[in-house]
Design a binder for this molecule. Structure first.
Ligand code: ATP
Length: 458
């Protein structure tokens, strides 16, 4: 039987959230396109993140830096060096390992070298045994060549994270917006990684979107700020409807931390993958002063901060909540998906599929449905839909039976269905049906926007 995750993926394709990239040519496993509803959902998630991280706060500002940066940035950040280790990846959960680390760990535990090599070793993340790719000299950076020369003089990289564009603009932003530590710079945008085994739908792709924020703090206050950001980010997901039970924190063991990190905690979501159920949604790292210091050294530009109050100079520490936009979209879809038995008009029951997306995230906020295609109803419905469109993304749907149209809207998570019926002409009112409770209310035609506004806030 198809798993819950299979059902979500099938709904996402069928209803226009996510399509396979280049599908008419057979599609690729590494990329997906966002359809009419997917792009709305993605925009809404982005908007909520931006609001929570930037516009509702007085200590964080925004940035939109380039995808292709000066190649020296990646030398300084350590990406060119760190991304060339020979790696093996677990075929089941996609966790990547240095081959020599895996073998060493096995020897330490068992006191002997594994006879079957990698085939004897179980993945520390999902427990699957012997399912590793061949070790590859793996450079996660995607290359491109700029300018007329096709030799290495034109070699550039597509960014594997948006963070470095923030660090190299640290000075510019501080000067232009007169912020001072503790403060943050936030950015949403595409990143690219040459993943060896993309997969699990949009969970791991070579081209994806990130929502990242670098928060610059006074050294010594970094650990406290780190914890604050772990809590704040966890609360963001639960506020938007993810059950706390389906989230967990993963503390990176000290010996496995990235070269720049003092402590990293991931927020993981229970995606329900085969093998390992859980997958990372967001990593929250204490990056210390590594980035500003390395860019100071490599660029020759001093990126320390002179505190005018104390006249002391220091290099701020950085706390980084780095979230995946495409991954969180998948998590919100999986979380919202529900199949439930509901009574039919004939006294039986039927299964309805409903996406219980938070109203702030729902791609379509309301659907206007004339009870029939008659000339008596359609113009009124059309006029109402046009009025509501001034505020929200609203759909007008005139085809098929009313029951089928309700089901269609439930399936894509539309919070409200507004029905224009044969009484509308007389009482100048419509019926508004709530997606979750299926309760209906009669509301005066000229009060519909007023009725919806407080319910669709945000
Ligand atoms: P993973 O261990 O899953 O490869 P990561 O630890 O390398 O992820 P980070 O470098 O911490 O990821 O990036 C921050 C966030 O960006 C991740 O939590 C994830 O949501 C998102 N992300 C990273 N790589 C991908 C990818 N290939 N496809 C989709 N989202 C990604």
């Amino acid at each position: 039987a198809p798993s819950r995750l299979d059902n979500v993926i099938s709904l996402a394709k069928r209803r226009g959230f996510v399509f396979p990239c280049s599908e008419i040519y057979g599609g690729t496993r590494s990329a997906w396109d966002y359809g009419p509803l997917g792009v709305e959902l993605k925009e809404n998630i982005k908007r909520q993140w931006w609001r929570a991280m930037v516009t509702s706060r007085d200590d964080i500002v925004g940035l939109d830096s380039s995808v292709i940066l000066a190649p020296q940035v990646w030398e300084a950040s350590g990406h060119i060096k760190a991304f060339v280790d020979p790696l093996v990846e677990c075929l089941s959960c996609h966790k990547r390992y240095r081959e020599d680390h895996l073998l060493e760990e096995f020897e330490e535990k068992k006191g002997r070298a594994p006879e079957g090599g990698l085939a004897e070793i179980a993945c520390a993340n999902c427990g699957t045994r012997g399912q590793f790719t061949e070790p590859k000299m793996f450079n996660g950076l995607l290359r491109t060549y700029l300018g007329a020369a096709s030799d290495d003089s034109g070699l550039h990289y597509l960014r594997p994270e948006t963070a470095q564009g923030i660090f190299v603009n640290f000075e510019n932003v501080m000067r232009a917006s007169r912020v001072k530590p503790p403060f943050g710079i936030a950015q949403v945008g595409k990143s690219f990684r040459n993943e060896i085994t993309p997969g699990n739908f949009i969970f791991r792709t070579r081209e994806f979107e990130q929502m990242e924020m670098e928060f610059f703090v006074v050294p010594g206050t970094d650990e406290e700020w780190h914890q604050t950001w772990i809590d704040t980010r966890h609360a963001w997901y639960t506020d938007l409807g993810i059950a706390a039970d389906n989230l967990r924190l993963f503390e990176h063991p000290q010996e496995k931390l990235s070269h720049y990190s003092k402590r990293t905690v991931d927020i993981e979501y229970r995606f329900g993958f085969q093998g390992s159920e859980w997958g990372e949604l967001e990593g929250i790292a204490n990056r210390t002063d590594f980035d500003l210091k390395t860019h100071s050294e490599h660029s020759g530009k001093d990126l320390s901060y002179l505190d005018p109050a104390t006249n002391e100079r220091f290099t701020p520490y950085v706390i980084e909540p780095a979230a995946g936009l495409s991954r969180s979209l998948m998590a919100f879809l999986v979380e919202a998906y529900e199949e439930e038995e509901v009574p039919t008009a004939k006294g039986g029951t039927e299964t309805r599929t409903v996406l219980r997306l938070d109203r702030r995230l729902a791609p379509v906020k309301a659907a206007v449905l004339p009870l029939s295609k008659s000339e008596e109803l359609v113009p009124t419905a059309k006029k109402l839909a046009d009025e509501l469109r001034a505020h929200w993304n609203v759909e007008l749907d005139v085809t098929q039976s009313i029951g089928k149209r309700y089901r269609r809207q439930d399936e894509v998570g539309t919070p409200f269905c507004i029905t224009v019926d044969f009484d509308t002409k007389d009482d100048q009112a419509v019926t508004i049906r709530d997606r979750d409770t299926m309760q209906q209310e009669r509301v005066s035609l000229d009060k519909v926007a007023e009725y919806l506004a407080p319910k669709l806030l945000g």
